[in-house]
Design a protein around this ligand. Structure first.
Ligand code: NAD
Length: 264
């Protein structure tokens, strides 16, 4: 255990189970002395999150559906009552109707587009506004994104469009909050088999493709992403804001399939 995060308090949003990226980041910062609050969506997940939170000494575990402004206010009001100020937030939340995470992007209906955009992009803005109002200088906000924001990935479709908007919102908020010495960054993680990833068509093929064609010749681990989260939430990254940090074993730099990799 280290002390990189000693004296810092933060809110982790988006733990569904122990394979969640949010949990990987929570574990990494807790091991460095951070004090954590957790939010979850719905009581079914609350039952899963509470024991995980307890395992890192946290008893501040609250429901928060980020599609609901009043719920965001209530949750952060509650945290403010207990802690007063916070130092960081992890937003590891995304959602789109599974039905549209396959086939053509072109066929996305308006309501599915708006819902994906609301939960996967706008919720970070809403959370950042509420959280930054109770954040100490030196604070850090981190969200999770994917290469499908920059390039066309099979089946990612409306999520790719929402992630592109999310990445743009990271840059705009970095400017808005820079004067308060609050930083805003995104982690663009390589594919990891989580609950959310399970909804994406042919995900196993995508995993295998990345493994064979990444410079590091493997897939990214939860620990890899946890480490990057620790960096962006700690003072180690005090000069970094508005950045999208790829944590993908280098996959994003590749221009062509590895000729030595077997055909899939
Ligand atoms: P996960 O299923 O473990 O986490 C997704 C979380 O989003 C869940 O905890 C779920 O409850 C929460 N959520 C969805 N709708 C919500 C709502 N309305 N209110 C509150 N919470 C809500 O999966 P994950 O892969 O850890 O996803 C975390 C983030 O990482 C997402 O933004 C995802 O797009 C991103 N990401 C994942 C991968 C990957 O391959 N797994 C790669 C890059 C980026």
């Amino acid at each position: 255990a280290g002390t990189l995060m000693a004296g810092k308090r933060g809110v982790i949003m988006g733990v569904a189970n122990k394979n969640s990226i949010a949990w990987a980041i929570a574990s990494a910062v807790a091991a460095q002395g951070a004090e954590l609050a957790f939010t979850y969506q719905g009581e079914a997940l609350g039952k899963r999150v509470r024991p995980l939170a307890e395992s890192v000494g946290s008893s501040l575990v609250l429901p928060c559906d980020v599609g609901d402004d009043a719920a965001i206010d209530t949750t952060f009001d509650e945290i403010e009552k207990v802690w007063g100020k916070i130092d960081f937030v992890v937003h590891a939340i995304g959602w789109a109707d599974k039905q549209y995470l396959r086939g053509r992007y072109l066929d996305t209906p308006r309501d599915a587009f708006l819902k994906a955009m609301d939960i996967s992009c706008y919720s970070f803005t809403a959370v950042a506004r509420r959280a930054s109002a109770m954040m100490n200088p030196g604070g850090s906000l981190v969200t999770l994104t994917y290469l499908g924001a920059e390039r066309v990935m099979p089946h990612y479709n409306v999520m790719g469009v929402a992630k592109a908007a999310l990445e743009a919102s990271v840059r705009y908020m970095a400017v808005d909050l820079g004067r308060d010495n609050i930083r805003v960054n995104g982690i663009s993680a390589g594919p990891i088999m989580t609950l959310a990833a399970n909804g994406i068509g042919d995900f196993r093929y995508i995993l295998r493709w990345n493994q064979l064609n990444s410079p590091l010749e493997r897939n990214v681990s939860l620990k890899d992403v946890g480490g990057a989260g620790l960096y962006l939430l700690s003072d180690l990254s005090s000069g970094v804001t508005g950045e999208i940090q790829h944590v993908d074993c280098g996959y994003n730099i590749i221009g062509m399939k590895n000729p030595e990799a077997p055909d899939l």
